[in-house]
Design a protein around this ligand. Structure first.
Ligand code: SAM
Length: 223
């Protein structure tokens, strides 16, 4: 049966691409992904490839669904892990693949890579993503997680909830402005940079879009 594999490609470096991800790509007749994801598989791609962009997402997903119906194996590349702010949600929500066999190939999330860099055991940490949506509900959950002493690993929104907006939002709500913050940029890539700072200092700084914000508390209470 033809199927769609949603393949996690890791945080960016070829060192973090798993053998099973490469195998899925080699077996696909159609490989779809952002250019930087496709570049990780240049030696593995045997079939057709299509560059995915924010603008062509709907039409390319329709093309993928048609290809699956036509009997092709399709690999859809998703940065990091497909299940965290990745393409799994997009595929399921689209309804285009309801009758297809869907397989998810896990990848190393940018969140995992950051936790490893900062030596954070994330059992009691809280994960947040504002990448696609900034909701009041999630903001409230963030505040209560911080008040419970949790360490936070968070994907900012690159337009209207960037790290400095998050810092200003938290300071206004009386979260300690000296709280330690790390901005992990371009993790695993050649230009990787991790900044160790505080909420107050971050509140005036601007960073590129490829970053994870970590608010590291010393003691994480379990509630
Ligand atoms: C669409 S989300 C995808 C997240 C992905 N599914 C994951 O598990 O890492 C894209 C966001 O992930 C974060 N991200 C992805 N790769 C990154 C990297 N190498 N370094 C820092 N942040 C990264 C950034 O916040 C970026 O805006």
């Amino acid at each position: 049966m033809a199927k769609i594999n949603i393949v996690g490609v890791g945080p960016g470096s070829a060192d973090y691409v798993t053998p099973v991800a490469r195998k899925s790509v080699r077996q696909a007749q159609l490989v779809i992904g952002a250019q930087r994801s496709l570049n990780l598989f240049l030696v593995d791609i045997k079939g057709e490839s299509v560059v995915l962009t924010a603008k062509n997402l709907s039409s390319v997903l329709e093309q993928a669904a048609e290809s699956v119906k036509g009997g092709k194996n399709v690999a859809l590349l998703s940065t990091g892990d497909p299940g965290f702010s990745g393409l799994l949600h997009t595929v399921l929500e689209s309804g285009l693949f309801d009758t297809a066999e869907i397989t998810v190939v896990p990848g190393v999330s940018s969140i995992q890579a950051c936790a490893a860099r900062l030596k954070i055991s994330w059992d009691n940490a809280r994960l947040f993503t504002f990448h696609d949506e900034v909701s009041e509900e999630e903001k409230e959950k963030l505040i209560s997680a911080l008040k419970c002493g949790r360490t936070i690993l968070l994907l900012p929104n690159s337009h209207n909830f960037v790290p400095k907006d998050i810092a200003n939002f938290l300071i206004k709500l009386d979260i300690d402005k000296e709280m330690p913050v790390y901005i992990c940029q371009n993790i695993t890539l050649e230009n990787e940079k991790i900044i160790s700072s505080t909420l107050e200092k971050i509140s005036g700084q601007t960073f590129g879009p490829l970053c994870v914000m970590v608010i590291k508390q010393n003691s994480s209470k379990v509630s």
